[in-house]
Design a protein. Structure first.
Length: 174
């Protein structure tokens, strides 16, 4: 009987994880432990726990270094509650292209609202390709937690010298 109620427990858990205080309360190490613990339960029950798995991967108050290789500019935004790379891509494009920092296609207000208020509900057109420091594409199918960590973090538009130091860690633009 217990196995048959797992989908309801997963829905309740994922719903609770929609709240930042619940996501951040246990800390990153505990969330990693929970993700690890899902695997044997999934094998034993046959239930995939996809929603719970995705909810546990959401990062909060995470600092990024974003380098626009073609213009040689750098930015240090913070992200919270971003569940997938499509959402990250859209919100970065809004901040960087829509904010006049880099050239490209800014997403519409509808696209941005759809990614802020109902992730996954609004169609999105790409503004640029996201790439990891080694030059590999950051695929939209992934989550921000899968983006490689390099070194240090900041929260501002980077000056040319600092951007240059970060670019030294990256493959050349394609």
């Amino acid at each position: 009987m217990g196995w048959s109620t797992l989908p309801q427990w997963e829905m309740a858990s994922a719903a609770m994880l929609n709240h930042p205080a619940v996501r951040t309360g246990p800390g990153a190490a505990r969330r990693t432990d929970l993700l690890r613990a899902l695997h044997p339960v999934q094998e034993a029950s046959g239930h995939d726990f996809k929603c719970l798995h995705c909810a546990l991967l959401v990062l909060d108050d995470e600092r990024l270094i974003v380098l626009h290789r073609l213009t040689g500019t750098g930015y240090a935004p913070r992200m919270s509650g971003i569940g997938d790379n499509v959402q990250l891509h859209t919100l970065l494009a809004d901040a960087l292209v829509g904010g006049g920092h880099v050239p490209g296609h800014a997403p519409s207000a509808q696209e941005v609202a759809g990614r802020r208020d109902a992730p996954g509900q609004a169609p999105t057109t790409g503004s640029f390709n996201l790439a990891a420091p080694g030059g590999e594409w950051v695929r939209n199918e992934g989550t921000p937690s899968g983006i490689p960590v390099v070194d240090g973090v900041l929260e501002r538009v980077l000056d040319r010298a600092e951007t240059g130091r970060w670019l030294e860690h990256c493959a050349p633009a394609n």
